[in-house]
Design a protein around this ligand. Sequence first.
Ligand SMILES: Cc1cc2nc3c(=O)[nH]c(=O)nc-3n(C[C@H](O)[C@H](O)[C@H](O)COP(=O)(O)O)c2cc1C
Length: 173
Amino acid sequence: MNRIGIVFYSRSGTGRVVADRLAELTRWPVHEVRDAAPRIGLYGDLRCIVDSVFKRKPAFRYAGPSLDSYDHVVLITPVWLRSLAAPMRAFLDTERPLLPAYSVICVMSGYGGFRAVDDIATVTGARPRSILLLKQYDVLAGESDAALCRFKRQILTAGQASDWADPVLPAVD
Ligand SMILES: Cc1cc2nc3c(=O)[nH]c(=O)nc-3n(C[C@H](O)[C@H](O)[C@H](O)COP(=O)(O)O)c2cc1C
């Protein structure tokens, strides 16, 4: 598995910190999914809530390469209302035909990460190969390196697709 890329969405910067750090540790290229209309302030908060509650798929911008130019994509997304952040939902809904094997990193205050991963599996119709849930506090305190290194190792050392048929998903704690 040679071609691995990172695709992240981040509203307030935590996911960006994770994406940049993982890129430093791996040299994998990073690409961003952005909001078409920035979510700033209280109005931005409200839009996040409405988009989550109604499972809306808001407009987004993505200037990265086609996902099928990778063998494996690492998706990084925040958790909103115990579910997948709406811009990443919209991105995956559009791009799912091109999505190769993938893994997920969720950033969150503390809960709902597995629900968000479940959302991704539902939208894409495929299970992730590895999962990492990170708390914002740990990320911003610079305490996620060890978990990111284990996550990287898990992706690189996992075998071919058939080895991933195990019903238990590998999750890095
Ligand atoms: C509308 C909204 C809903 C959120 N819901 C949750 C939640 O259910 N569980 C949680 O742990 N964190 C929740 N958070 C916190 C974010 O997941 C957390 O701050 C995350 O680190 C933000 O990532 P970002 O800085 O990359 O945007 C929520 C944040 C917002 C804006």
